[in-house]
Design a protein around this ligand. Structure first.
Ligand code: AMP
Length: 312
């Protein structure tokens, strides 16, 4: 039983109101894999880097126990580089520069040994590439997918084709509204689920997450952190924690999905405490459980007394 994490492996240069970091390890596949690894031991990564990608960054993934057979190195090429700046409202960020580099010609070649993967996490990539990945996996039990406004605006038809093969879409509130062309999130969620995904998870940054599945809605709170340094990768970390937890439970029923959302939120709450994926190296599993339990406390509502007792 294994999880396949596909996405970018990147250099990130990040500015937030609390500091800056140049060329740190980043990318959607990096965060997905590092987070999922806390829940399951067979995590396979598919991505591409250039000859400039340092051994030290490869070691971060390898030492965490992530299978790197699917990490392609193009010795002559340069690694994907993203540069972004966050506002005081950390839900707002500007992309200052995106250098696709080796990603421009990336054609994922899924190793033979990866084809029996059971959960596939499609990190934010061109929808056609996401489909190329799915075409090379035998019979995944569950497909989790991320996307972004760029693909919603520029390749809408291709994105729709990918969504038909997705079980769980994990996007933010603005992306949901844009994809559905509907401002109301409840109505938008129905429209998006009609496009294919049985389950839709809407990330709301500092305001938690909503899970739409089986015609029920579940609202997960956000953990009130005192010190947030860098939100980069929070979404991918969330998806990695979710996937890892679903694999651990061996189920995607309503209760498992709800717990998965809580574990995903707990992992995301750790990663934002430091720049880059540093917090995902050497986290204590006891601390993860403790934080996930704190989420239960946060959302625990005492008994409510009716305004008017029912007539006898
Ligand atoms: P998140 O904060 O979870 O949305 O993901 C941030 C990660 O996405 C960063 O580590 C970036 O390297 C990566 N990223 C940024 N832009 C893109 C893009 N256009 N395609 C794929 N990955 C990207």
């Amino acid at each position: 039983m294994s999880i396949l994490a596909v996405g970018t492996v990147a250099f990130d240069s990040i500015e937030t109101p609390f500091g800056a970091a140049e060329q740190v390890l980043g990318g959607s596949a990096t965060y997905l894999a590092l987070a999922a690894r806390y829940f399951h031991d067979d995590i396979r990564l598919v991505g591409v880097v250039g000859g400039d990608f340092p051994d030290e960054y490869v070691s971060v993934l390898r030492d965490s126990g992530v299978d790197l057979q699917g990490l392609e190195v193009q010795p002559e090429g340069q690694t994907f580089h993203w540069r972004g700046r966050y506002h005081y409202d950390l839900n707002e960020r500007d992309t200052l520069d995106t250098q696709l580099n080796v990603l421009e010609t990336f054609e994922p070649d899924i190793p033979e040994a990866y084809r029996d993967s059971k959960i596939v996490c499609l990190g934010n990539l061109e929808p056609a590439i996401q489909r190329e990945v799915l075409a090379q996996v035998d019979a995944p039990d569950y497909v989790i997918c991320d996307t972004m406004n760029f693909w919603i605006q520029n390749t809408p038809d291709s994105l729709r084709e990918t969504l038909q093969r997705v079980d769980c879409l994990v996007i933010n509130d603005a992306e949901t509204r844009e994809l559905a062309e509907e401002p109301n999130l409840v109505r938008a969620s129905e429209i998006v689920r009609d496009m294919g995904p049985e389950t839709l998870i809407i990330k709301k940054g500092e305001h938690g997450a909503l899970l739409f599945s089986d015609n029920t809605v579940f609202s997960a709170p956000a953990y009130p952190l005192e010190d947030i340094q860098d939100p980069t990768g929070a979404g991918d970390t969330f998806a990695g924690g979710l996937a890892g937890h679903l694999m651990r439970e061996g189920s995607v029923d309503q209760a498992s999905l709800r717990r998965g959302v809580i574990y995903g939120s707990a992992m995301a709450s750790f990663v934002v405490e430091r720049f880059g994926p540093r917090q995902l190296q050497g986290l204590d599993p006891v601390a993860i459980t403790k934080r996930a339990r704190a989420f239960r406390e946060l959302a625990s509502i005492p008994e409510l007394r009716p305004l008017q007792e029912a007539a006898a």
